[in-house]
Design a protein around this ligand. Structure first.
Ligand code: PMP
Length: 390
């Protein structure tokens, strides 16, 4: 049984990624910037990977910058667009659903020049006011993620992109949760796109940033001339090769309508069984279009951590929310969706992967039923700490 249901936090390394990492480490260990013959192969390996990523996104290979992941990429975008010389002004609009790696640098860089894009109670960005705002305020950047990491809700990023296009405004899409789960084509139309390998079976610490062609060149990390002077530091070619191998495996899965339908049916099977075995549970953004792998639920009292601990003891790994908001207070995204403080303490995020089967999802639903039984049988008066550990 595969009891891992926290794929939106990270995923295990795909075997193809591991093989590619080992092969690249052996074959391409030279510094791609060195001039002798052996390094040429490493340089070629890096450029082949760049072309492959550009091909999936539908953009030019010269627009792809490799870096350490989506956090770095999102920081680079905000810094670049807020810095003097930015062509279209200094204001930015960022949706209320964004990951902290977008929100925090946006707040830091744009301060009182940051505008919000609201979201509905169903977890979808509300773009009704965006055309007027973009026309009036001429922001330097609009940012909307492709799929939300907490709810799994798919966002209208293509609509936001076309609004921005009409007004010549740059558009940034954080696609960290989309890539590997949904087809990547069309994302390359966005000016800026960020992605992270460890969300789809690649290694940690590697990702990419798609930058707009032409215009003011990105100068993010300064130092050596790597990545066309856009991101200094010796390239992590084995990790890049592993990211491409994992991505290739995911695109292959995505190319099969049968696979996609089975993955969605597995999660839906869970939801159906959960409704039967634990009718008091709720599904957040139930009727919104969601990633096939994600379901955010509310469990009945006691609070979510106690459910998590009991599920963990039974071999199921779930999350109380986004790994990036753990310890950082309640989720701003769920607050923006209007969840009460009490409900926030009852949320559990379940995110499977391509390897998660219907049987795994159903076993998880049955585990919820078992936990519901043990929680209600808990003797009264047990201390909170003991209850959490029990
Ligand atoms: N954006 C989103 C939507 C994410 O889910 C995450 C990872 N939680 C990130 C950005 C940050 O990615 P990384 O781990 O590569 O820094």
């Amino acid at each position: 049984m595969n009891g891992y249901f926290d794929c939106n936090a990270t995923t295990p390394l795909h075997p193809a990624a591991r093989a590619a990492w080992l092969e690249a480490s052996d074959r391409f260990w030279h510094n791609p910037s060195s001039l002798y013959h052996g390094a040429g192969a490493a340089r070629q390996g890096l450029e082949d990977a760049r072309e492959q990523v550009a091909d999936w996104l539908g953009c030019g290979a010269e627009d792809i910058v490799f870096l350490s992941g989506a956090t770095e990429a999102n920081n680079a975008v905000m810094r670049h667009c807020a810095s003097p010389g930015s062509e279209s002004g200094i204001l930015a609009a960022v949706s209320g659903l964004e990951h902290p790696s977008v929100v925090e640098p946006a707040r830091h860089e744009f301060r009182d020049r940051l505008r919000g894009i609201p979201c509905t109670a169903t977890g979808v960005a509300d773009l009704a006011a965006l055309p007027e705002m973009v026309a009036r305020d001429r922001p330097a950047l609009v940012s909307l993620m492709a799929a939300n990491n907490e709810t799994g809700v798919l966002q209208p990023w293509e609509e936001a992109l076309s609004i921005c296009r009409e007004h010549g405004t740059a558009f940034h899409c954080d696609a960290a949760q989309w890539i590997g789960k949904m087809p990547a084509g069309n994302l390359g139309q966005c000016d800026w796109v960020t992605g992270s390998a460890h969300k789809f079976g690649g290694p940690k610490g590697i990702g990419f940033l798609k930058v707009p062609p032409g215009g003011r060149p990105l100068r993010w990390l300064r130092g050596g001339p790597q990545e066309e002077r856009r991101r200094a530091g010796t390239e992590n070619l084995p990790a890049v090769a592993a990211m491409v191998a994992a991505w290739a495996a995911r695109e292959k899965e995505l190319s099969s309508a049968e696979n996609r339908a089975a993955a969605l049916a597995a999660r839906q099977g869970f939801e159906q069984r959960l409704r039967t075995v634990l009718p008091e549970a709720g599904i957040i953004a139930e009727h919104s279009p969601r990633l096939w792998n994600t379901v955010l639920i509310t469990v009945p009292l006691p609070e979510n951590v106690k459910w998590l601990v009991r599920l963990s003891a039974m071999g199921f790994q779930v999350s109380t929310g986004s790994a990036c908001s753990q310890g950082g207070g309640a989720s701003e995204v769920l607050r923006a969706m209007g969840l009460s403080t009490e409900k926030l303490g009852q949320v559990l995020r379940l995110s499977g992967g391509w390897e998660t089967t219907l049987a795994d999802w159903l076993a998880l639903a049955d585990a919820f039923a078992t936990v519901a039984g043990t929680i209600s049988q808990r003797p009264p008066g047990l201390s909170t700490a003991a209850a959490v550990l029990s």
